[in-house]
Design a binder for this molecule. Structure first.
Ligand code: DGL
Length: 279
């Protein structure tokens, strides 16, 4: 691709975010805070939700296939995998082949290790994320002098989805997710919780309220937004704030209760993207 063509693409293309569901909205919030005029397409792979209980091969195949088709169709200036599960599993495969810059979401273990006073940090993610070698590697490189506890909670992912649909969530579920960390040996000294699933910052207030003692919560959204701004520093955005676009791969009837939450995040237009589209 010539330099001229590359800059044209950078100017015109939206930022494409991908998650299995609404979790990536926590990343979108940080990105629109720094780049309010960037055109946004947010894709929820709701037909594949949840990723966190799937095997690695299935997550990789889904994410690579979907991002390939969406990138063909939308010509984004940047792809953000707004999902820890997809990033820790598939980023290494997707990045070299997609033909556009890809920013991933990885557990904020490094800042947690810098911030802990007790030397014990907890990684709260999906079951798939917390078992990834990527998390071993981050812990080894950046938290070698800390005790890193891990817990995977699919229930917390469902709670965040339910909250954004306006459904009631049993408050005991938040305490149970925290207890998955706090009840482990060393958990009594834990002071920082890494929200290693993009769904979890959406229920951070509920987690804080359920905590038996004050805990600090940390996630990677602000760092991702800064990285996006850096990569897109030459982009020319429209003067008026563009309408955000949301794409769902699953049944559209299931999206109706989310419409208000999507609008709160600037996603005014909602459409379906099927298995066969973009092929
Ligand atoms: N939001 C996703 C993450 O960051 C995953 C949720 C799921 O589909 O299990 O890991």
């Amino acid at each position: 691709m010539s330099a001229r063509r590359s800059s044209e693409v950078g100017r015109a293309g939206p930022i494409l975010l991908l998650d299995s569901g609404v979790g990536g909205l926590s990343v979108l919030r940080a990105i629109t805070g720094l780049l309010p005029h960037a055109p946004i397409v947010y894709c929820a792979d709701s037909a594949g939700f949840p990723y966190g209980v799937k095997q690695e091969a299935e997550v990789s195949a889904r994410v690579a296939g979907l991002l390939g088709r969406l990138t063909e169709r939308l010509r984004p200036s940047l792809v953000v995998i707004a999902c820890n599960t997809a990033s820790t599993i598939a980023l290494q495969y997707v990045r070299p082949v997609l033909g556009v810059a890809v920013v991933g979401t990885v557990p904020a273990i490094k800042p947690a290790a810098l911030g802990t006073k007790t030397g014990v940090i907890g990684v709260l993610g999906t079951e798939a994320t917390v078992r990834q070698p990527y998390v071993d590697e981050l812990s080894r490189r950046f938290a070698g002098d800390c005790m890193v506890l891990r817990h995977g909670s699919a229930a917390l992912v469902r709670a965040a989805e339910a909250k954004l649909r306006g459904e009631a969530v049993d408050a005991g579920l938040y305490r149970a997710a925290l207890d998955g960390l706090l009840s482990q040996p060393g958990g009594e000294r834990l002071d920082m919780v890494v929200l290693a699933c993009t769904h979890f910052p959406l229920v951070q207030d509920e987690l804080a309220a359920a905590a038996p003692r004050p805990l600090s919560f940390i996630d990677g959204a602000d760092g991702i937004a800064r990285r996006c701004r850096q990569l897109l520093q030459d982009a020319r955005w429209p003067a008026a704030r563009p309408r955000g676009r949301a794409i769902f791969t699953g049944e559209m009837e299931e999206v109706a209760p989310l419409r208000r939450a999507l609008q709160d995040f600037g996603l005014m237009d909602v459409e379906h993207f099927g298995q066969e589209e973009g092929r």
